[in-house]
Design a protein around this ligand. Structure first.
Ligand code: BG6
Length: 508
């Protein structure tokens, strides 16, 4: 694989969680695979008053603690962190950015690196505009001596208006192709595999439309609560935190038309068209099409679990949703009339993300008299855990008569013993170094996704009578979300940790 050109990576928010848990271990894995530039230096920037030596030690510990490799080789850690430096900054002080410019220049000279620089904003989103503006005003966005890439993390704004403002500010400073907006779901191997499953196989694509698909279901469930992120989460909620970005991106890749090539814009144009075709949910329909919930105290496997309102930094009267389930349509030729159901929540029974394609029943139920109800065919694309693909179909039970049984045909990534699935951040960092923006959200995608979300936000704001349903922590969310699914006897799939299993109650 291609090695990126020499560069300096500047991480703002260097003493934060994202840097230690995700970014540094991902860079180390890339280095172990010989996928880092020949000449590379990392400058950590933050408010903390720490020395470069302390920073190197902290990052070395982060690699040991958070590496997700099966048999990590830690023998190169010292050699790897040797190129790390730390610089303290006051984010709102322009002179500090001038000083930063000097430090970067010295680093370039010291390591013989040209002018390629990546600025990663691993900070709270409220700082993105401040940091970018100060960087640009200090002349650090100019690409005359090499590329200058700006990475920002979701959330990109907190509504349509703020997203537009953020894009406008960034466009006033740098070009769109210098901006890399990270939605880490796009970095997941299995999310990218949605494209391969659809467009590399002749057998699925002909069925992938309203003639054969009955409904599509996308679930992203988490078993954890808000942990120590109550302060952030209470102002965000599941709609902003998961639906506007991760879930809609999965909808985009599931529903898009075949792109003309694998070029970044060819793929992103098709995702954008899906977002543009999302049938707007009218404010007055929000109550019946979008169900929100919040987890309440409960016992999970004998242990008491706190309710959302009693989590650290959460308002005791909070109406922030920790669960969202919704139904919507995509108004285009491929999907007209096919309902899409998506749901996400915290403190659900298990951690699972998957896309389920429910195919239509056969036109004539030849075996109905024998089995009563046929389950139908489902294709399940498991994003995590137990990554893989499962096809469910009906088969004759051996013996007299025509007893029909729904059976599984499955592929699990873990069966490819010699293949390591890289982490999302590994893939995304590598792509930014190469300047490949395929797996990053473009400005118009982000704004169009917000446009779809906006009436829901407005309805919830203007109409407090729309219920926030409680659901006991550890269950599959509020009851009314079951009523979203149209059709007699139809329900959500209740997935288990093992892809092939489904039950309302299963292993954790
Ligand atoms: C983040 C959200 O973007 O995604 C978190 O802010 C959520 O609230 C996380 O827990 C889920 O990511 P993953 O990769 O664990 O599914």
């Amino acid at each position: 694989m291609e090695k990126p050109n020499d560069l300096i990576l500047v991480i703002f928010g260097a003493s934060g969680d994202l840097t230690s848990r995700k970014l540094i271990p991902a860079l180390y894995s890339l280095s172990n695979q010989n996928l880092m530039p020949e000449k590379f230096a990392l400058l950590g920037v933050g408010r903390s008053e720490i020395s470069s030596t302390e920073f190197r030690e902290k990052m070395a510990n982060a690699i040991r603690t958070f590496s997700d490799e099966k048999d990590p080789d830690f023998s190169h850690i010292t050699g790897f962190t040797e190129y790390f430096e730390y610089q303290r900054i006051d984010y709102i002080s322009p002179p500090d950015y001038k000083e930063l410019g000097r430090v970067i220049q010295n680093l370039c000279q010291k390591h013989g690196i040209g002018g390629n620089i990546i600025f990663y904003m691993a900070t709270p989103p409220s700082l993105y505009e401040t940091i970018s503006t100060n960087l640009a005003e200090a002349g650090l966005g100019i690409q005359s001596d090499g590329f200058k890439h700006f990475i920002i993390e979701k959330p990109f704004g907190y509504d349509l208006e703020s997203a537009r403002r953020l894009n406008k500010t960034l466009h006033g400073l740098v070009q769109e192709d210098q901006i890399f907006r990270i939605d880490h779901y796009l970095g997941k191997e299995t999310v990218q595999n949605l494209l391969v499953t659809r467009f590399a196989n002749g057998i699925f694509e002909p069925l992938w439309n309203r003639n054969y698909v009955h409904r599509i279901e996308i679930t992203s469930a988490e078993s954890i609560g808000v942990e120590d992120r109550g302060g952030y989460y209470d102002g965000s909620g599941a709609l902003r935190d998961m639906v506007q970005n991760h879930l809609l991106q999965m909808v985009g890749l599931t529903a898009m038309e075949p792109p003309s090539s694998l070029e970044a814009d060819a793929i992103r144009n098709e995702v954008l068209k899906v977002f543009q075709s999302l049938q707007p949910i009218k404010e007055e329909d929000v109550e019946k099409q979008v169900i929100r919930g919040q987890y309440t105290p409960s016992k999970i496997r004998g242990e008491c679990v706190t309710g959302y309102r009693y989590e650290k930094d959460v308002d005791v009267h909070s109406r922030t949703e920790t669960y969202v389930a919704m139904k919507f349509f995509i108004d285009n030729w491929r999907w007209g009339g096919v309902p899409f159901y998506i749901r996400t929540g915290k403190r659900l029974p298990t951690r699972v993300t998957e896309v389920v394609i429910h195919f239509k029943q056969t036109p004539h139920h030849l075996f109905k008299r024998v089995v009563g109800k046929l389950t139908g065919n489902q294709l399940i694309i498991r994003i995590q855990p137990d990554e893989g693909i499962l096809l469910k179909f009906d088969m004759k039970e051996p013996g007299a008569g025509f007893n029909v049984k729904n059976v599984n045909m499955d592929f699990h990534y873990k069966d490819l013993a010699d293949v390591r699935v890289p982490s999302a951040y590994e893939r995304l960092l590598y792509d930014v170094m190469l300047g490949d923006s395929t797996l990053f959200s473009r400005d118009d995608e982000v704004e169009t996704a917000w446009k779809f979300i906006e009436p829901i936000q407005r309805a919830w704001k203007n109409n407090p009578a729309i219920k926030v349903y409680g659901y006991p922590a550890g269950t599959w969310g509020p009851e009314p979300s079951n009523d979203l699914i149209e059709g007699e006897g139809l329900t959500w799939r209740y997935p288990c940790k093992n892809m092939a299993d489904e039950e309302l109650y299963c292993e954790l």
